[in-house]
Design a protein around this ligand. Structure first.
Ligand SMILES: Cc1cc2nc3c(=O)[nH]c(=O)nc-3n(C[C@H](O)[C@H](O)[C@H](O)COP(=O)(O)O)c2cc1C
Length: 318
């Protein structure tokens, strides 16, 4: 599995906090200050670099690190972010680093910053006071950091990271996903809405690009009424790292009319008939989840020389 290094410099903790949040999203990953970081041949395959902006330029320690380890960086894929109070939509704060890193750079972004005058060291406070007097502005505290932007970029990087691994071809990943789904029959179906986030243990039927669930009802239907987006998780009990096996799926749910043809095959698979349903003292409901993405983690795959983590995107319904 590809590992990631998130390397940063930070005077007052903002770039560090962003780097640590990104490392958690990108795991397996390590967040580390550039100072003291020793790159090695097998250290990591994907590198994220974060720098605060002071006086309109990146941190000198980050610049030095990139210059000193250019060869190591150019053998990897690199992403870059800046933390600054001013929005940097044109990316001018990172131009010098982008130029240095060159074609290895796969993504660059500007994230916000935070500033608390009370916690600044003397020289920084003096610089900020001088800046405030020339711009006729005054501020004690400023916060332009939007964590939802950090989360969205982290997920984008995760997509890039996943594409770098040793991948099975699409048909092979689908065959593995099919095999996993057919060799299990129970999952946790997660819904989210006004009833809160809810994971329901439930049996499933797998057919086509869909999972089907028979249910007498419950709080998940309150969530589905408001939000059709669901996640499904199926896994084997953990014994050792050598036999880890789990599948996370995302998809969109809808309710199936019991009179629909689709209902027949679901009932048949569950050894049920409409007559039997009619004898029940309550209604049964069928949920169909059209699958969108499967994220498979199978230790066994690494024995075949490919990543233990494989992602499959199901075809969009026409
Ligand atoms: C002396 C000083 C100079 C700064 N210069 C800039 C600047 O040129 N542009 C900007 O957008 N933000 C500037 N900032 C704000 C920082 O980039 C922001 O607070 C950042 O989040 C700090 O990151 P850190 O806590 O990881 O060091 C400056 C802050 C200080 C204290």
């Amino acid at each position: 599995m590809i590992t990631t290094c998130v390397l940063y410099a930070s005077r007052y903790g903002t770039t560090r906090d962003i780097a640590q949040a990104l490392a958690r999203i990108l795991g397996p990953a390590r967040a580390s200050p550039v100072e003291g970081f020793v790159p090695g041949a097998g250290t990591c395959e994907f590198v994220v670099i974060g720098t605060p902006i002071y006086g309109e330029v990146p941190d000198p320690g980050v610049m030095r690190f990139v210059e000193d380890h250019l060869q190591w960086l150019t053998q990897r894929k690199v992403a870059l972010f800046t933390s600054s109070l001013a929005p940097d939509s044109k990316g001018r704060y990172r131009t010098s680093l982008c130029r240095l890193i060159g074609p290895s750079l796969v993504s660059g972004t500007s994230l916000g910053g935070r500033l608390d005058m009370a916690s600044l060291e003397t020289a920084d406070r003096a610089a900020m006071e001088a800046f405030a007097s020339t711009t006729h502005s005054s501020f004690n505290k400023a916060d332009t950091l939007d964590w939802s932007v950090v989360a969205a970029w982290g997920l984008r990087l995760k997509g890039i990271r996943d594409s770098l691994g040793c991948r099975l071809d699409n048909a092979q990943v689908r065959a593995e996903v099919d095999r996993f789904l057919r060799s299990h029959n129970t999952c946790a179906l997660a819904t989210a809405g006004d009833a809160g986030a809810r994971a329901t243990p439930i049996e499933y039927v797998y057919a086509g690009d869909c999972l089907y669930f028979l249910s007498e009802g419950g709080a998940k239907f309150a969530n589905l009424l408001l939000n059709p987006h669901v996640s499904v998780c199926i896994f084997d009990p953990y014994h050792t790292m050598a036999d880890v096996a789990g599948l996370q799926l995302t998809g969109t749910a809808r309710l199936v009319d019991l009179q629909d043809a689709t209902a027949n095959s679901v009932l048949h698979a569950q050894h049920l008939t409409r007559e039997k349903l009619g004898q029940l003292p309550f209604d049964l409901n069928i949920i169909e989840v059209h699958l969108e993405r499967a994220e498979l983690l199978l230790s066994a795959l690494s024995k075949r020389g490919v990543d233990s983590r494989q992602v499959y995107d199901f075809p969009r319904p026409s």
